[in-house]
Design a protein around this ligand. Structure first.
Ligand code: ATP
Length: 245
């Protein structure tokens, strides 16, 4: 018998503005401790899936109109974003959304708003161990490079002490070298801290290389799923997503 997954999405539909059906029956499971990736073309509904999990749809007049989402055996699809952060899921938004006129440390402290502030300086040191570069950047976050801003956004997620991190296109706007570095750090956090990851990517090569399992979405549905090896060896995946590499 397989243990119950940490996160389980069962046949959800999502509508925007009460009419536009964007997810048309999506189901997926994320087992405890794994790094799962969600791939697919522009507009497939990947970001919408993450927002459905993290309670952020409401900010865009979207809602889960059918199906259910469970985290640690408990329904979360009716909870608001803050309740979901408190339950242990933290989303790193697409475009990073760091506060540009605050320092790194101030941004990191924002990540910890839902939790006990007692050991916060130790937590900041823990983040700096993963991202030593951020420690050297004492100015405003707006002056950080794109890669450093992505690191800061991931560090801010760590500050919430989450059980699971959702990442929306961590490679976006980064040079290949930085993409490699950021994915390496994500994998390290997954392995060392045991934090479960669900990661949306356009960059299928990198994402699959680091993932345990992957789902491929097209037009609001999951069209294929499998382990890293299964997907890397699938001819359709090779042709359409791995660019013949
Ligand atoms: P991308 O990589 O381009 O972000 P995606 O797979 O993450 O693609 P979504 O951003 O989830 O896709 O978008 C899925 C569909 O929902 C698209 O057709 C998009 O136009 C639509 N959509 C997204 N956000 C909204 C919104 N706030 N209101 C209405 N429609 C939306």
């Amino acid at each position: 018998e397989t243990p119950e997954p940490l996160l389980s999405i069962n046949n959800i539909e999502v509508v925007y503005d009460e009419v536009i059906l964007v997810l048309r029956g999506v189901s997926l499971d994320v087992p405890q401790g794994q790094n799962v990736t969600l791939l697919g073309p522009n507009g497939a509904g990947k970001s919408t899936t993450l927002k459905a999990i993290s309670g952020l749809l409401k900010t865009e007049d979207g809602e889960v109109s059918r199906g259910e989402i469970s985290f640690m055996g408990e329904r979360i699809d009716k909870k608001n974003a803050e309740e979901i952060v408190r339950s242990g899921i933290f989303q790193v938004m697409e475009g990073r959304r760091i506060i540009e006129d605050m320092t790194c440390i101030e941004n990191l402290k924002l990540g910890a708003y839902t939790r006990n502030q007692k050991n916060i300086n130790n937590e900041i040191e823990r983040v700096f161990e993963y991202f030593p570069r951020l420690k050297e950047r004492t100015g405003l976050a707006g002056y950080l490079s794109g890669g450093e801003q992505q690191m800061l956004a991931i560090g801010r997620a760590l500050m919430a002490n989450p059980k699971m991190i959702l990442l929306d296109e961590p490679s976006m706007g980064l040079s290949p070298l930085l993409v490699k570095e950021v994915f390496g750090i994500i994998e390290k956090i997954n392995k060392e801290q045991g934090i479960t990851m669900l990661l949306v990517e356009q960059n299928a090569n990198f994402a699959l290389k680091h993932a345990d399992y992957g789902y491929i979405m097209e037009s609001g549905k999951v069209v294929l799923d499998g382990s890293r090896e299964e997907l890397l060896n699938n001819q359709d995946v090779k042709d359409f997503y791995l660019g013949g590499n």
